[in-house]
Every structure is written in C-alpha cells, then in structure tokens.
Design a protein around this ligand. Structure first.
Ligand SMILES: Cc1cc2nc3c(=O)[nH]c(=O)nc-3n(C[C@H](O)[C@H](O)[C@H](O)COP(=O)(O)O)c2cc1C
Length: 396
C-alpha cells in the first residue's frame, strides 16, 4: 500500500523515523513529506534512507516547492492510499480543519481523496485548548481517523495527555484504515479469544501453558483489517492491539464469563485461546509450604469455553476453532469439529515444538466437507491474514 507520511514540527518528529521504518518493513511504500518546522527536528536524509523513497516538502537543497515536471501536491495526493500525519502539530490540525494550504503538506491534505489519519502530539494544555478540540472534532467530521495521544511524561516536563501514541499502534491504525474490507466481514462483530489462561494454586504459583497468544492477537488484527468490529478476550501479557476492544482475563472461568457476556451480540467466534483444561481443586490464599515426602496436587476440569458458546449459539452465528495436534491431525480435528459443533477448525501441527514462538507456521483448515488446502507456512501475521481471508471467502 502507498503511505504518505506527513511529519510536522513537534518534538515527537524523531519517532516518525521509527514509524517510517516499521511500515516499510511491513511491505508498504512510504513517502515522507516534511513541513519546514518538521525539518528542524528530523532530516530528509534520515527519512529517505529509511524508506528508500524521496522525501518531499521542506528540504535544505530545494526548500518547499521544487521546479518539477509533475505538480507535486496533486501527484502525491493521488499516489497515496492513506495519508498519515505523525506527529501532527496543533498548527497542521488547525490548517486542515479550516481549509488552509500554505505549504506542500497542508496543500496535499486538501487535495487528496485518500483516507487521512492523524496522530497528534503536543503539550497537555495545547491538546486541551478549545480551539484544538474544535479543530479535531472538525477533522473527525470529515471522516478522518484520530489516533489519540496518550498520557505520560512530555518532553516539556509536564505529565498528562498529549504524548504521541505508541508507534506500533499508529502503524496498526494505518494498516487498518487503508486495507480493503472483506465484503462478508465488513461491519461484522467478531469475538476472538487469545492467549493462555492461568490457574492459580496460591498467590505465587500458577498452572499455565506455553501459548504466547501471538496468533490470536494477529487474528484479531487481521479480522479488524478486513473491516470487522472485533472484541478480544485476552489471557497472558501481550499488549492489546489498536482498534480492538480488549478485555483481559486470567483464568478459564474469567474467560468464559467475559465471552458469555459478549457472545449474544456477536456474528462469529474465533477461538484461538489456549484455555487450560484443568485447574487446582483449591486455591490457597496463603503460599503453600513445602512438605516432607511426595506431594499431590488434585486437579479438576475447567469449563469448556468453546463448547459452552457453541451450545448457546443462535441461528446464523458461526464458530471457528483451533486444534493443536501432535499426531492423527485430521481424525482428531474432525472429531473435535463434530463434538463441539464448530463450523471449521484450523489444525496446528505442534509436533517437535512447532507453532509456539515466532517461527513460520502452517494451519490445515478442516470443515464438515473434510480437510482443505493448508494455509502457510507463513509468519503469524501473514498466516492470520490468510485465515481471515479464507474464512471471509467461505462465508461469502
Ligand atoms: C522545540 C519546539 C517543540 C515544539 N513541539 C511542538 C509539539 O510537540 N506540538 C505542537 O503542536 N507544536 C510544537 N511546536 C510548535 C510548532 O513547531 C509550531 O507551531 C510550528 O509552526 C508548526 O509548524 P508545522 O505544523 O508546519 O510543522 C514546537 C516548537 C518548538 C520550537
């Protein structure tokens, strides 16, 4: 995708270099456009080197407007699939909200019909100023997306709202905005479960499993990028993805409670969490002391989240499950599909420690019609996209 990255004159301009790099590494073509004030904070040389593309706008060699066979602001405005202004000053926000175009960036922001995203960063009092609030509301009224600044310690020494959002969140927001929606997923409400659950023995000890939750989080991102409204019920420590309503849970009981609350509103379920099958029979509020001789831990079954939601499903709702199998993949997956009343199951070959951690992975889709074509091997983000597209196509 073609991303036009506008960089304006705030202290957070240096962080735009990381965003340019991140988006380039994710396979996008990124062209930067610096304002004059932006170029006091970061150089065109840095941005051109990181993106492998020319950097437009303010430039020590040719300044704002260069003699050029193409009309730069129109050319860039047409080229972009998405225009993201990161960081966005109070100044550029005010200009665009009021239709002003004194330089290349502000001009192309008026000229473009691409989707526009803003990641503002400024002093807390500036961000709270009624003029800025009104201008941001105007931009939202244009249909633009705002990645809200976060609270934290600002470069000016103040603490409060106005700090540039996390770069990975901004990258996510750009991708979510620009990606084409899938017709059968757009606007659909999808519940994704991800991560391990933890079953506590006492205040310091817990039973869990080796799932990181990465695949489930990538699935939430992938369905979001295809236009679905995603709710994520997440165990483990991974950060919540941008644009996904996330509830954090610890135990299987908590995961079930959160899912049951959301399920009636949903169109479908993507159950990628690695829910513990057992938990200790009792929880000791005090740390359990070691004893002499062999020690026994009695385990009891946890609730079956997937089976419970399948039993409570209303007509039209669909369920996608995952199975981690180390042997007899298809027969085991087919048995699980029938037993739990799923629409499809994606089989993960965990033989030899595969599927955990960061390496490329393959998923075999199994439906009532039998096994389909394997998806992958792909890294987890690309694999999640393949799953979301495959399922969207099947729904269609
Ligand atoms: C050291 C310094 C830091 C600044 N940081 C910010 C900032 O974080 N956010 C902001 O809105 N303006 C900030 N400004 C003010 C802008 O640079 C100023 O409004 C400028 O005209 C913005 O121009 P531009 O929007 O064309 O880049 C800062 C100014 C200076 C001198």
């Amino acid at each position: 995708m073609n991303i036009l990255l506008g960089i304006t004159g705030g202290i957070a301009a240096y962080r735009a270099a990381e965003l340019a790099r991140t988006l380039t590494k994710r396979g996008h073509v990124v062209r930067c456009c610096l304002t004059d004030a932006g170029s006091r904070f970061i150089t065109p040389l840095t941005l051109a080197s990181l993106t492998g593309q020319p950097c437009f706008g303010a430039n020590p060699d040719y300044h704002e407007w260069r003699p050029n066979p193409v009309i730069e602001h129109i050319d860039l405005a047409r080229w972009a699939d998405v225009a993201a202004v990161v960081p966005a000053t109070a100044d550029i926000i005010g200009k665009t909200a009021n239709g002003l175009a004194p330089d290349l960036l502000s001009t192309l922001l008026l000229a473009t019909t691409a989707k526009v995203l803003w990641a503002p960063a400024m002093n807390t009092a500036m961000w709270a100023h009624p003029a800025v609030r009104a201008n941001v509301a105007t931009l939202k009224g244009f249909g633009h997306t705002i990645v809200e600044p976060v609270e934290g310690l600002l470069a000016c020494g103040e603490e409060g709202a106005g700090k540039l959002a996390d770069i990975l969140d901004i990258a996510d927001a750009v991708e979510a905005l620009a990606g084409p929606a899938h017709p059968s997923l757009q606007g659909r409400r999808i519940l994704v479960t991800a991560g391990p659950t933890r079953e506590d023995l006492d205040p310091v000890r817990t039973l869990t499993n080796r799932s990181s939750g990465e695949m489930g989080v990538e699935l939430a991102r992938a369905f979001r990028n295809l236009g679905a409204r995603v709710d994520l019920v997440l165990g483990g420590e991974l950060p919540a993805p941008w644009g996904v309503a996330t509830r954090r849970v610890r135990s299987a009981d908590q995961m079930l409670a959160a899912c049951r609350e959301l399920w009636p509103e949903m169109d479908g379920l993507v159950a990628a969490a690695a829910v513990a099958d057992q938990r200790p029979e009792t929880f000791s509020p005090e740390k359990v002391k070691k004893a002499e001789g062999p020690e026994t831990l009695t385990l009891v079954r946890t609730p079956d989240v997937l089976a419970t939601l399948a039993a409570e499903k209303r007509p039209g709702q669909w369920l996608l499950g995952f199975a981690a199998e180390s042997e007899a993949h298809v027969p085991n997956a087919t048995a699980k599909l029938r037993k739990k009343g799923l629409d499809a199951i994606l089989v993960n070959d965990i033989g030899g420690g595969r599927a955990f951690g960061h390496q490329a992975n393959t998923l075999l889709p199994v439906t009532a019609a039998g096994p389909g074509e394997p998806l992958g091997p792909l890294p987890k983000d690309a694999l999640a996209q393949a799953v979301a597209n495959w399922w969207g196509d099947r729904l269609g």
